[in-house]
Design a protein around this ligand. Structure first.
Ligand code: IMP
Ligand code: MG
Length: 199
């Protein structure tokens, strides 16, 4: 594994003082949510992450592996802003034990690329307990990529129970449920341009 210098953007900016101009209350299924991260705030941050990644990977050609479904919007906006040559693929993680989800990730559907010697960047919408990535990373490491980093738009650090090193973080957020910008509540809300927090 090649070592990198610690990226400047790990940690995420303070969002405590964020002024939200057009506060909205919405309903998704039975629950009420309020505006938490407006579209322009998200896009500005995604652009900063893309700039940091483009700088860190200058002269390299990273492969972005975006985890479906939640990360499709983040992956798309991040990828558009990159100024270096890069590849992108989407995978789906399935956790099954018999017919019931066990929470133990066993399969990555759609991972066709051979990762040997590649500079891999995982793209996740949100790291909550950290279990998904904690279970998945050893499988990727097995293929001996040249390097492996994680870009997560959101991180609920209070909720994270599984040790993970996140290299690019959009926003550190409290342990409250959020929807929008790819994230769903029971299937709905992914199309929202903003991120909303459970009220
Ligand atoms: P983890 O394995 O606990 O880190 O959870 C990761 C996955 O849970 C994410 O990729 C999301 O799909 C989902 N998730 C966690 N928190 C939220 C949330 O607040 N809103 C929507 N989905 C969430
Ligand atoms: Mg996800």
């Amino acid at each position: 594994m090649e070592s990198f210098t610690q990226p400047q953007f790990a940690g995420g900016p303070g969002i405590e003082n964020l002024q939200i101009k057009n506060m909205a209350l919405i309903k998704v299924h039975d629950k009420s949510f309020e505006t938490y991260l407006p579209e322009e705030v998200i896009l500005k941050r995604v652009k900063e992450l893309a700039a940091a990644i483009s700088r860190d990977y200058q002269g390299k050609r990273p492969l972005f592996i975006a985890i479906l479904n939640g990360s499709f919007m983040f992956a798309s906006d991040l990828f558009k802003q990159l100024t270096i040559e890069s590849e992108l693929c989407f995978i789906k993680l399935a956790s099954y034990k018999g017919l019931k989800s066990s929470g133990n990730v066993v399969t990555a559907i759609g991972l066709e690329d051979d990762l040997f010697g590649k500079e891999v960047i995982i793209v996740e919408d949100i790291v909550d307990t950290g279990k998904t990535l904690h279970n998945f990373l050893p499988k990727l490491m097995h293929q001996q990529p040249a390097s492996l980093r994680i870009a997560a738009l959101l991180h609920k650090s209070e909720a994270t129970q599984f040790p993970l090193s996140l290299d690019y973080i959009g926003f550190e957020i409290p342990d409250k449920f959020v929807v929008g910008y790819g994230l769903d509540y029971d299937g709905l809300g992914r199309n929202l341009k903003e991120i909303y927090q459970l009220k």
